[in-house]
Design a protein around this ligand. Structure first.
Ligand code: F6R
Length: 604
């Protein structure tokens, strides 16, 4: 979840390390730090909290060097503090780390027994000690690094500086992402291509278990066993321009507005706009007897919407499970199934582990990912892309709608392959789906309804979201968005489930957001709404113009463009996101970097 960077440069590195950390700050922002080699010594600067605190420190106390490493932290072992900030040091060694060293406790005890003194509560400090111990035993740096790596279990990406080695940064990856970047007489390692964006787009993706040594001449790459190996260099699209906020106040606001483009772009990977045929990207859904979707958080809600579509359109049995549960039971999944991971980052630890579990059992794997170079994308049999572009706001918006758009397209393709629809119906459904970007844009423009409602919700302590059918996952998503960025407690429920318990929560102080397009389920949801109103509940109804005509006077309405039920999850996602965003802004919350969260959850 942390971001790491290492530079062997010709020009000063301090500012460049910070620039890269700024791009990686979405991964964690509990503390930040850099270390650099100066006259044969390692010096470091570390600050608790956001990167700006480190920048202020560097302004007072600069580091002038051309070789260095940097880190932005999402705390796992040890509270956020300067003492626990990275780089962690021991003797001649400084280390930055993303991941968790699972056996750090016995290693630490062993090192302490050998007289080594620890300064932090982190698991990372163990790595610095292990390398330093091997250096002290006379090994050269790469050999010392290998001996240390062989003792670690868990998931990690590391960058390492060694005192006395003026032109060397070492790195390793196991379970957490790390890439190498090639510049002009300079070399880089970092968490992802985005972090290296300002310096180079010539990127080498490492395999799991690889470790590397970079210097001014280039890179040496070794596999897990220590064999020198070559890995392909790719020129990735220059991402630098894509991660600016432009005129928006927050990345989340920008990314909400990016959604028509993101969906359009994603759909272009699936639908031929001339023939309105939908591609399944090489998968024969007729040969699949069950679809198992695994994902976490918002991506799992996209998966739940996907289930409605795959079952109703294609008659394909579909299960959705959060990856952290799936991986630790013994799912009765057999070859013949397709395991589909949904993930913006393509790096989420639990989702990746669930995929690997399936792969080991001979089950075909696919990943619907937004990061084409991610670990998931590289490990699965089939990649289904979303083209949302980099999503920086921690709360997912455009990645979610792009996932839903792609799943809708795939469900149409599956329906056709499985003989549930003919070519005319395929073309009709594709045409409906292609309207989604325009309707999403209309829903964004039409947000005049929301400020007054946001004022009201910002004062609430608890909020309930209700929906039926594909609107149920949206209710869950709405509640998640609100909690994560405005810190208001919120729950999403299936509207029909209300009277089985949650209705006891209904009182005048609890806003209830009902998501109900005027579709076949509208009357049912409307009855649930009446039950709430009868008990004094304050209802906000998100619906279309037709639905609004049925709203009682006491109900506040948010009206979105009328649309075909196929694309209602895409259009109705917009007010859900805008409400959460506006409430968070009213509350003065840190919208793009909410407390305790990180964008990419690469630890369990
Ligand atoms: C919430 C959110 C998270 C992610 C989840 C999975 O707004 O963004 O719930 O959806 O952490 O992340 P990815 O999609 O990267 O696997």
């Amino acid at each position: 979840m942390c971001g790491i960077i290492g530079i062997v440069g010709k020009a000063p590195v301090s500012e460049r390390l910070v620039e890269s950390l700024r791009r990686l700050e979405y991964r964690g922002y509990d503390s930040a730090g850099i270390a650099a080699l100066i006259g044969g010594r390692i010096e470091r600067r570390r600050a608790e909290g956001k990167l700006r605190n480190l920048e202020a420190l560097l302004a007072e106390d600069p580091l002038e060097a051309t070789v260095g490493i940097g880190h932005t932290r999402w705390a796992t072992h040890g509270a956020p503090s300067v003492r626990n900030a990275h780089p962690q040091m021991a003797g001649r060694v400084a280390v930055v780390h993303n991941g968790i060293i699972e056996n750090f406790a016995p290693l630490k005890a062993q090192l302490q027994a050998q007289g080594r003194h620890f300064e932090s509560d982190t698991d990372t400090e163990v790595v610095a000690h292990l390398i330093d111990r091997e250096l002290a035993r006379g090994l050269e740096p790469v050999a010392a690094f290998k001996v240390a790596l062989d003792q670690l279990s868990g998931a990690y990406a590391l960058a390492v500086l060694v005192q006395g080695e003026e032109s060397l940064v070492m790195g390793a990856r196991r379970g957490s992402p790390l890439v190498v970047g090639e510049g002009q007489g300079e070399m880089f390692i970092g968490t992802d291509a985005l972090g290296l964006g300002p310096f180079t787009n010539r990127i080498i993706h490492l395999d799991d278990g690889d470790f590397v040594a970079i210097n001014h001449e280039g890179v040496r790459i070794f596999d897990r066993s220590g064999q020198k190996v070559d890995r392909a260099l790719r020129v990735v699209p220059a991402a630098s321009a894509l991660v600016e906020k432009g005129n928006y106040r927050h990345f989340m606001e920008k990314e909400i507005h990016d959604q028509p483009d993101a969906c359009q772009h994603t759909l272009s990977a699936y639908i031929d706009p001339i023939s309105n045929t939908v591609a399944s990207r090489g998968v024969d859904f007729a040969a699949i007897d069950r679809l198992q979707i695994v994902a976490c958080g918002t991506a799992s809600y996209a998966g739940m919407i996907g289930r409605y579509l795959f079952e109703s359109l294609a008659g394909l049995q579909t299960d959705v499970e959060i990856a952290s549960e799936f991986r630790y039971r013994e799912p009765a999944l057999r070859p013949g199934a397709l395991a589909l991971a949904i993930s913006q980052s393509g790096e989420t630890a639990d989702t990746l582990a669930a995929l690997r579990w399936c792969k080991e059992r001979g089950i075909m794997t696919a990943a619907l990912v937004n990061s084409p170079e991610s670990t998931m994308a590289r490990e699965v049999d089939v990649v289904f892309p979303t083209h949302a572009g980099p999503e920086i706001g921690v709360a997912s918006t455009k990645a979610f709608t792009s996932q839903v758009a792609a799943l809708t397209a795939l469900a149409i393709a599956a329906a056709r392959q499985r003989g549930r629809i003919d070519a005319d119906e395929e073309a009709r459904l594709a045409g409906v789906l292609l309207e989604a970007p325009r309707l999403i844009a209309d829903a964004i423009l039409d947000d005049g309804w929301i400020p007054a409602i946001a004022q009201d919700i910002a004062k609430a302590r608890d909020v309930l979201y209700l929906g039926r059918g594909a609107m149920f996952p949206l209710a869950l998503e709405g509640a998640l968005k609100l909690k994560e960025i405005s810190y208001i407690h919120a729950e999403g429920y299936a509207a029909g489930e209300l009277k089985h318990g949650p209705i006891a929560l209904v009182d005048e102080a609890t806003p209830i957001i009902v998501i109900a397009p005027s579709d076949a389920l509208f009357d049912k949801t409307s009855s649930n709404m009446s039950e709430v109103i009868a008990r004094g509940g304050r209802v906000v109804l998100i619906t279309d113009a037709q639905g609004a005509t049925h709203a009682p006077d006491s109900v506040k309405t948010v009206i979105v463009p009328a649309c075909d039920p196929l694309i209602a999850p895409l259009v109705f996602a917009v007010p859900i996101q805008v409400i959460a965003y506006q409430v968070a802004v009213l509350k003065g919350a840190d919208v793009d970097q909410p407390r305790n969260l990180a964008k990419s959850v690469t630890v369990e």
